[in-house]
Write a protein that binds this ligand. Structure first.
Ligand SMILES: [Zn+2]
Length: 259
C-alpha cells in the first residue's frame, strides 16, 4: 500500500512539474516573415535580431522566408505575423487566402518598411496595408510629427522626432483610406523629396475584421534597429498587433517633452 501511495505521489509530482514547465514555455508566438521577391534590404538580419530581442520577455519569435508556412494550420500557431522588409509577390493564391483568413479571424499584422512594397497587385493586402510604396529620396534626416500618442506604439515618442531613415512616399495618402488611423507624419519642410503634397503619413494602424494591422515606414537602415526609441516603437506596435500590449499610461505621455 505504501508503495502504491509513493507511486501516486511520484506520478502527480511529475505531472505537476510537467504542467509547470509547460506554463513557462507557452509564450505567445510571433512569426517574422522576410521573403523578398524584389529589392532585398541588407538590414533584414539586424531587424530579425532586433525583433527577437525586443520581444524576448513577451513572445517566442520564429523567422522564415518560406511562404509554404502560410497555411491555415500553421498560421494558427501565431498571434501575429511581422512582414519585415518583404518585397514583391511573396504569396501565391492559396497562401494569400490563408493569411487573409488568419488576420480576419483575429491574427495580427505588423508591417515594417518595405512591407508596403509587397503584394502590390493583391487588392486585400492593399486595403490592409493602407498605402503602397511609390518611391523614396536619398536617406536623410527628417522630423516625424507624432499626431497621436494615445497608442502604445507612439506613447514613448516625442511630439517631434528627428531621425534619419529612407523616407517612403506612397501611391495614395493613407489618411484618406477608410479605417486607417494615422499615428504620425513626416514634416516635408524638413527634408528633400517628400512628394506627398505636405501630408505625409509614416505610421498608422487599422483593423481588418477582428485582426489588428499596424505599419511603420521606417526601418531601412541597420541603425534604425539599434535606436532605442525605434526599438520600443516597434516592440509596442508588434505587441499591439498581437493583442499583447499593456495599457497606455497617460502619465508617461504627459511627461514627454517636445524635442
Ligand atoms: Zn528601404
Amino acid at each position: 500500500m505504501l508503495r502504491v501511495a509513493i507511486s501516486w505521489v511520484f506520478i502527480f509530482g511529475i505531472a505537476f512539474i510537467a504542467g509547470t514547465a509547460d506554463d513557462s514555455v507557452a509564450k505567445p508566438r510571433i512569426l517574422v516573415f522576410t521573403k523578398t521577391a524584389a529589392f532585398h534590404h541588407d538590414s533584414i538580419p539586424d531587424g530579425i535580431k532586433c525583433v527577437r530581442e525586443i520581444l524576448a520577455q513577451d513572445a517566442d519569435v520564429d523567422q522564415t522566408e518560406d511562404n509554404t508556412l502560410f497555411t491555415q494550420e500553421n498560421l494558427s500557431k501565431y498571434r501575429a505575423v511581422v512582414f519585415l522588409s518583404t518585397t514583391g509577390d511573396v504569396l501565391d493564391d492559396a497562401q494569400q487566402r490563408a493569411f487573409q483568413g488568419f488576420i480576419e479571424s483575429g491574427g495580427g499584422f505588423a508591417g515594417i518598411h518595405a512591407a508596403s512594397d509587397t503584394e502590390h497587385d493583391w487588392a486585400w493586402y492593399d486595403e490592409m496595408i493602407g498605402a503602397h510604396f511609390a518611391g523614396h529620396p536619398a536617406i536623410q534626416q527628417a522630423v516625424v510629427i507624432v499626431e497621436d500618442r494615445s497608442h502604445c506604439s507612439t506613447q514613448m515618442l516625442p511630439e517631434k522626432w528627428q531621425r534619419t531613415d529612407e523616407w517612403y512616399r506612397f501611391k495614395r495618402n493613407p489618411r484618406k483610406v477608410d479605417g486607417i488611423h494615422v499615428l504620425a507624419r513626416l514634416d516635408e519642410s524638413t527634408f528633400e523629396g517628400g512628394g506627398m503634397d505636405g501630408d505625409h503619413p509614416c505610421m498608422w494602424w487599422r483593423d481588418m475584421k477582428s485582426g489588428h494591422c499596424w505599419y511603420t515606414a521606417g526601418g531601412h537602415t541597420k541603425e534604425s534597429f539599434a535606436d532605442p526609441l525605434f526599438r520600443e516603437h516597434l516592440k509596442q506596435g508588434i505587441l499591439w498587433a498581437a493583442k499583447l500590449e499593456k495599457p497606455v499610461k497617460s502619465a508617461t505621455i504627459q511627461s514627454k517633452t517636445v524635442q
